[in-house]
Write a protein that binds this ligand. Structure first.
Ligand code: RIB
Ligand code: CA
Length: 312
């Protein structure tokens, strides 16, 4: 079966790193390129981190593009308190040797969607949606050519993680999120509601470490670092591996379940800006625009992740 063509739009971030590694280890997927966006840490670091991750996977052939360095209409909010100063704290890896690809990430998104056959490219944004929304605004003709968007972002029952109401990726650029959620592109949303059910545990992290590989060691070190924040905040045994849920869905969708509902983005709330107003109980009468995922087979998710990481 032909591999599914994807573009990963990312703000690495330890969990982004695991998502990218999972994608590169999965023959079901063909990563056409990686587009970096400002989010967890500034763009200069997210684009560098994306190249570090590609080299760790032995994929210095991949093209990594730098994209937008700030949200469409707001000041950038970053999350060093979660990811550390570098965005990939937990292990020191060598600076990348592979060059950054020529050109802006938004142009790469536009050109690729115009060159590839309509309905054959899936976008996997796992950071703020600035690059995707900017591409849609600049080239409306590409919107109808996108096969599907599988994104990590938002929350409903799990409420917010950066404010009481908003999840980080949506909060950083709510105007961009509104453009994407209203674009009409088929959307699969991995909100905190499901990612908070994909928690690391000591056994799962040791499972990464026991792979005995550079990748296994790096992923275990990243998750050791990454989980300290969520464990302290939520008092949970481990931390949610948010971003890899998008890639796992592409590889093994049966691990997940959700509802096709209406999801709107709050952009003007005094306390709720960045909230994904998910009509889980279908009371609004508004048209459904997203498959909003609420549950995951966590054991199956970690088994897939560990088995695939072992291939790198
Ligand atoms: O709220 C979690 C999301 O914000 C994840 O994508 C994480 O990497 C950060 O970008
Ligand atoms: Ca991310």
């Amino acid at each position: 079966m032909r591999a599914r063509k994807i573009i990963i739009d990312t703000d690495p971030g330890q969990d982004d790193a695991v998502a990218i590694l999972l994608a590169l280890a999965s023959p079901e997927l063909e990563v056409l390129g990686i587009t970096a966006v400002a989010g967890n840490v500034p763009l200069a670091l997210t684009e560098k981190n994306a190249r570090i991750i590609c080299e760790l996977a032995g994929r210095s052939d991949l093209r990594v593009f730098a994209g937008c360095d700030r949200p469409m209409k707001r000041k950038l909010v970053t999350a060093e308190h979660v990811h550390g100063k570098t965005g990939l704290d937990g292990i020191v890896l060598p600076d990348p040797v592979m060059p950054l690809a020529e050109g802006h990430a938004v142009d790469f998104l536009i050109e690729t969607l115009r060159e590839e056959a309509p309905g054959t490219v899936t976008l996997c944004p796992i950071g703020p949606l600035t690059n995707i929304a900017t591409a849609f605004e600049r080239a409306p003709d590409i919107v109808g050519r996108v096969a599907e968007i599988v994104l990590m972002g938002g929350a409903y029952f799990a409420v917010g993680n950066i404010t009481p109401a908003a999840e980080f990726n949506i909060y950083v650029d709510p105007e961009a999120a509104e453009i994407v959620f209203r674009s009409g592109v088929p959307l699969v949303v991995m909100p905190l509601d499901v990612t908070h059910k994909a928690l690391t545990t000591r056994a799962r992290v040791e499972g990464f470490r026991n792979l005995g590989t550079r990748v296994g060691h790096a992923v275990a070190s990243w998750t050791d670092f990454f989980e300290r924040f969520d464990m302290a905040k939520y008092g949970s045994e481990g931390a949610p591996l948010h971003d890899p849920c998008t890639i796992a869905y592409l590889v093994k969708p049966d691990l997940f379940s959700g509802r096709h509902i209406n999801v709107e983005i709050e952009t003007e709330g005094r306390f709720t800006t960045g909230m994904t107003v998910a009509d889980w109980w279908r009371v609004s009468g508004r048209e459904a625009n997203a498959m909003f995922i609420g549950d995951v087979d966590a054991e199956g998710f970690y088994a897939l992740l560990t088995e695939r990481l072992a291939r790198l």
